[in-house]
Design a protein around this ligand. Structure first.
Ligand code: ADP
Ligand code: MG
Length: 248
């Protein structure tokens, strides 16, 4: 496993959000996480990205503990070392509005990885070409469509050369006609062998691209299966109900 959560628990106040989650990502694997609103999908991703501290269990990256309740100095140091290897793409893009597209992409590699500016720029240009936005280099994010902004956000995450990329409903804020251009980029990444965990309501994407589907409900993984099996014959009643309601 590149990145895994083991027996992960998390509560906000008295509200339990994750109730013992075990999940791992193997090299080159695409896992899609599906489940009703409030089931803990975002919290799971944020714990995996080391943006939240769990109350129980641990996060392990390549056999190293990098997340745990009240982490020791050693764990915190390990986390510091690997945090930049875990990329995250959010529902709301989160680009810096006062910076050009190019500046958005080169900022983190220059600051966090010490990449020289000319190298960071060359890499950013290559990434922009890859997501189909070579001509938007000097534009400000507010001038872009949501689909274009999200593709910049993906390029920005890739600029750190992450070992793992986590997506939290990357197309949920987009109009239906803009979703495809983002999904196409994500599918191409998957085909290149990028290790990805994708929280999504895009069932077509999940069916086509995922190696494994994880279905969550109330802070637990209720079902885990290859997409063909999950969509054809979900074994849990909760997943059956969830899928049936999507078809309505
Ligand atoms: P999902 O992404 O599946 O919709 P979330 O992980 O966002 O689920 O949320 C799970 C539960 O945790 C929800 O009940 C939500 O209200 C609660 N929650 C999430 N983030 C916070 C927070 N920062 N503070 C308090 N409660 C939160
Ligand atoms: Mg969420």
């Amino acid at each position: 496993m590149i990145l895994a959560a083991e027996a992960l628990t998390k509560a906000y106040g008295t509200n339990p959000v994750l109730n013992g989650v075990d999940v791992g990502l193997r090299e080159g694997e695409v896992v899609c996480v599906i489940g009703p609103s409030g089931s803990g999908k975002t919290t799971l991703l944020r714990c995996l990205a080391l943006l939240e501290e769990p109350q129980g269990g641990r996060i392990v990256m390549r056999d190293q503990i990098v997340g745990a309740p009240q982490p020791s100095a050693k764990i915190r140091q390990s986390a510091w070392g690997v945090r930049a290897d875990i990329g995250m793409v959010f529902q709301q893009f989160n680009l810096w509005p006062h910076m050009s597209v190019l500046a958005n992409i080169i900022e983190a590699p220059m600051r966090a990885r010490g990449v020289p500016r000319d190298k960071a720029v060359a890499q950013a240009e290559a990434l922009l070409a890859k997501v189909g936005l070579a001509d938007k280099r000097d534009v400000y994010p507010t001038r872009l469509s949501g689909g274009q902004q999200q593709r910049v956000a993906i390029a920005r995450a890739l600029a750190m050369r992450p070992a793992v990329l986590l997506f939290d409903e990357p197309t949920s804020a987009l109009d239906p006609e803009l979703r495809r251009e983002v999904l196409v980029v994500m599918q191409a990444l998957a085909e290149e062998g990028m290790t990805m965990m994708v929280v999504t309501h895009e069932m077509g994407f999940a069916r086509r691209v995922a190696d494994r589907i994880i279905f969550m409900d109330r802070g637990r993984i209720v079902e885990e299966a290859p997409p063909a099996r999950f969509f054809a014959t979900p074994s849990s009643e909760r997943a059956q109900r969830f899928l049936a309601q999507l078809e309505d």
